[in-house]
Design a binder for this molecule. Structure first.
Ligand code: SF4
Length: 150
């Protein structure tokens, strides 16, 4: 035990010093189950959850090592709306109100085909379905696409 150690987790404490938090890998739609090992409010290591589908402990390189973004200082932590030419942080409430109003204005002025939606293969099937349903039922547009199609 201990002969092979992950470089990223070195000098960040023993496994039993951290608290495991079960969650779903955010990188693709496979939905691998992961345990974040959290110490002092920082992720110090990620391991695959061994007792559940779909991965039974296995992870690809992104799921196992791609967690630096969580604590990156450039990470956005609120929505932004352009005001007087500058992007300004706003609350989720203001952002959703603004987006709903602008979508309705564009649809009413230029027709539903002036709006299109592109979803992400990082999202779950359920989220992608909800986006397509929203575009077709609420906006009235069949302009729906996914970044994984090309
Ligand atoms: S660990 Fe890899 S395969 Fe699994 S959900 Fe994350 S990105 Fe997808």
């Amino acid at each position: 035990m201990g002969a092979l150690t992950e470089k990223k987790a070195m000098h960040k404490g023993r496994t039993w010093d951290s608290t495991p938090v079960r969650t779903t890998c955010p990188y693709c739609g496979v939905g691998c189950q992961i345990d974040l090992h959290v110490k002092n409010n920082e992720i110090v290591k990620v391991t695959g959850a061994e007792d559940v589908e779909p991965n039974f402990g296995n992870l690809c390189v992104k799921g196992r090592f791609g967690y630096d973004f969580v604590h990156h200082p450039d990470r956005l932590n609120s929505p932004l709306i352009r005001k007087n030419g500058e992007l300004a942080p706003v609350s989720w409430h203001e952002a959703l109100d603004f987006t709903a109003r602008r979508l309705a204005e564009i649809r009413d002025t230029h027709g539903p085909d002036a709006i299109g939606g592109i979803s992400s293969s990082r999202s779950t099937n359920e989220s992608n379905y909800a986006m397509a349903k929203f575009m077709r039922a609420a906006i009235g547009s069949n302009n729906v696409d996914n970044c994984a199609r090309t």
